[in-house]
Ligand binder design. Structure first.
Ligand code: GLC
Length: 434
């Protein structure tokens, strides 16, 4: 959260200072009360690193909505922490946040709890059609729309093209090829073969799901509630991760503590051959001062022979709090974010992939980030995480057991058997018929 700037002390006596502070305090209080009377404030919490890119959006809103303004509250970077903060506020029916800046996986839980207003009537069919169908679909729950996507994410594998070319090796397609190529090109600890997000958090689930699907397996079928974690495919996917981390493997032991940024920095510093991450990395790794500029490539995530690579579908959108006192104004702010200009403000300098379809053909955005052309194509193989109201509990179970297997506390089969059993307990009986 932002704090207001503190005043500086100077050489007046304590009494004078106390009086001055009291007067200043009163003036601030009076100004705040006047503002309260005049101004509708639309509040949304965004990660601290994104706030600068939301500012032009807030300014446009203030210009086009006299008497109203946007307050961008800075939240933690991790999706799990921000979900906890929003959850605490919404559980208390607190009107502080008008809009909920939501991960793709929060829709079912927040909608089922009654914390979000349906948006079907607030947004026209044309407005919805202007957005990527796969991202829009992630905002539906029980036949209604609760989240408007503002940016999308797909998991990809970044490669050091220069190293592959020098060794005359192709980019890997299978998990075994990734292992063998990484092993050949690495020289740990100065350069590791493969870095990814192994910390116990949502990102670990995203990494695992790509391998799981690449082995032909599944986590939870949202239709039937069937759980696939104690099947051989699930064990093969996790065994691969464990193998990467082994003493004769290709990933640094610290990978079990990495989120996106830790792994991105290693790759960008030239200290890793392969990196699994989201599209934002491309713009940063291609920046003028990046040591790997013009030396990288992007390919789909690896898989088992005879199958194909999958990208976990990620991304962020806006939901409208049931407790907002200004739903109409909040919806207007969403409109600015998904307008072409809003998408440029949010995506051009961050490398985020837009949610608006037209943005993928926009000369201004393409000039800022030519990689967008390729991201657009990857959406076809995007893998949605299950839309279930108890998603956070299912994810928490999986995170815990994956992490235990990666750090040696559980065996692969023990971890997955326990995760499967606990998940079934949380989800309840299987729906028959499939
Ligand atoms: C990215 C994705 C989000 C995912 C998160 C995991 O922010 O957009 O969907 O849950 O990473 O760390």
């Amino acid at each position: 959260m932002r704090t207001s700037p503190a005043g500086n002390g100077h050489s007046f006596g304590n009494l004078v200072l106390a009086i001055a502070l009291a007067v200043a305090g009163w003036n601030r209080f009076a100004a705040a009360s006047r503002r309260h009377a005049e101004t509708a404030v639309i509040r949304v919490m965004v990660p601290a690193s994104e706030r600068p890119f939301w500012r032009p959006i807030a300014e446009r809103f203030a210009r086009t909505h006299p008497g109203a303004r946007v307050e961008l509250v800075e939240g933690a970077e991790s999706t799990d922490l921000r979900e906890d903060l929003y959850t605490a506020s919404l559980l208390a029916r607190d009107p502080t946040f008008d809009l909920v800046y939501m991960d793709v996986t929060w829709t079912a839980k927040f909608a089922a709890a009654g914390w979000l207003r349906p948006l079907d009537r607030l947004f026209t069919a044309a407005e919805c059609e202007s957005l990527l169908p796969v991202a829009l679909a992630a905002g539906r729950y029980s036949g209604r729309l609760y989240r408007i996507p503002v940016r999308t994410d797909v998991g990809v594998l970044y490669c050091r093209r220069d190293l592959l070319e020098a060794a005359r090796l192709p980019a890997p397609q299978t998990m075994d090829q990734l292992f063998a190529t990484a092993k050949r090109l690495q020289s740990p600890p100065s350069r590791w073969g493969f870095v990814w997000q192994g910390k116990q958090y949502e990102g670990l689930v995203c990494n695992y799901l790509e391998l799981l699907s690449g082995c032909g397996g599944f986590w939870v079928d949202p239709e039937t509630q069937e759980v696939g974690l104690d099947r051989p495919e699930a064990r093969r996917a996790l065994s691969f991760m464990v193998r990467c981390l082994a003493a004769d493997g290709i990933s640094p032991p610290g990978a079990t503590t990495y989120q996106e940024e830790e792994s991105r920095r290693l790759f960008q510093d030239g200290r890793a051959v392969f990196l699994r991450n989201w599209p934002y990395v491309w713009s940063l790794a291609q920046a003028g001062d990046s040591p790997v500029r013009d030396r990288i490539d992007v390919v789909p995530m690896v898989h088992e022979p005879g199958r194909r690579g999958w990208s976990t579908l990620g991304g962020w959108g806006l939901g409208l709090s049931s407790y907002s006192r200004h739903p109409g104004l909040a919806a207007d702010l969403v409109r600015i974010v998904i307008s072409l200009e809003g998408q440029r403000w949010l995506c051009a300098r961050t490398g985020f992939a837009p949610a608006r379809r037209e943005a993928y053909r926009d000369p201004e955005l393409l000039a800022a980030n030519p990689f967008l052309v390729r991201i657009g194509a990857l959406h076809q193989h995007a893998l949605a995480r299950p839309t279930i109201p108890r998603y956070d509990m299912a994810s928490d179970i999986l995170q815990r057991h994956l992490s235990a297997a990666l750090t040696g506390g559980e065996t692969v089969s023990g971890a997955l058997a326990a995760a499967a059993q606990e998940t079934r307990r949380v989800l309840g009986p299987r729906v028959p018929g499939r």
